[in-house]
Design a protein around this ligand. Structure first.
Ligand SMILES: Cc1cc2nc3c(=O)[nH]c(=O)nc-3n(C[C@H](O)[C@H](O)[C@H](O)COP(=O)(O)O)c2cc1C
Length: 193
């Protein structure tokens, strides 16, 4: 069997932040199970919000007409078997970087079903007491709705509380969940999720 291709997308401006750390653990789990993982940090990329020009919907259009770093990511998204999306919870939702990235999937959906069958791994970090008070549930629900709409499959959602960058490393439980999600996304069996 071909190794699975996993696109690991970091949506936090903090390079060594909590969501990035969890995503790194997902990647490590996936690689340990034989998957090929490529990681991109949205903060380092130029990704404009969707401007609703509908250029991608023109008859002859072959994709998004906005020329920025999304043009690098579109083929990677299409080639990937699984996407890991890691975001901090900002204002009871995902970060602006993450949302701009997702909004630009509009171009991929010119042909409905283009992303169907891909696996998703969702990773979130938040500072407040729990997933409800922090608003992480809103982000999780957003991903559930997106996934149902696109026909993708959420393989796991890993989320944990931490405020300072890197603090999540002290939460052994959520770090183990992240690693197990990686193994699962790679197509290997795991009984811990
Ligand atoms: C602009 C901004 C908005 C935030 N909004 C929330 C929020 O709504 N709920 C929450 O629990 N934490 C919120 N936080 C805290 C972050 O979610 C928390 O520090 C998290 O660990 C950041 O993840 P990161 O290290 O991956 O960037 C916010 C932080 C910032 C900078």
């Amino acid at each position: 069997m071909e190794p699975r291709k996993i696109l690991n997308v970091l949506g936090s401006p903090r390079k060594k932040g909590n969501s990035a750390l969890l995503a790194k653990e997902v990647a490590a789990g996936a690689q340990s199970a034989g998957a090929l993982v490529e990681t991109f940090n949205l903060q380092k990329m130029q990704i404009a919000p969707c401007v609703a020009c509908d250029g991608c919907r023109k008859k002859k259009a072959t994709g998004c007409v906005v020329q920025d770093d999304m043009q690098l990511l579109y083929p990677k998204i299409l080639a990937a078997d699984a996407l890991v999306i890691a975001s901090p919870v900002y204002w009871f939702a995902v970060s602006a970087q993450t949302k701009a990235f997702i909004d630009r999937w509009y171009a991929l959906n010119k042909i409905p079903g283009t992303l169907a069958g891909k696996k998703l791994g969702i990773v979130l970090a938040y500072a407040d007491a729990d997933a409800f008070i922090s608003g992480a549930v809103n982000a999780l629900r957003m991903f559930q709705d997106i996934s149902a709409y696109l026909g993708t499959e959420i393989e796991g959602m890993v989320y944990g509380q931490a405020a300072k960058a890197g603090e999540i490393a002290g939460n052994a439980g959520v770090m183990a969940e992240a690693r197990a999600l990686g193994v699962k996304l790679a197509g290997a069996q795991t009984d811990s999720l």
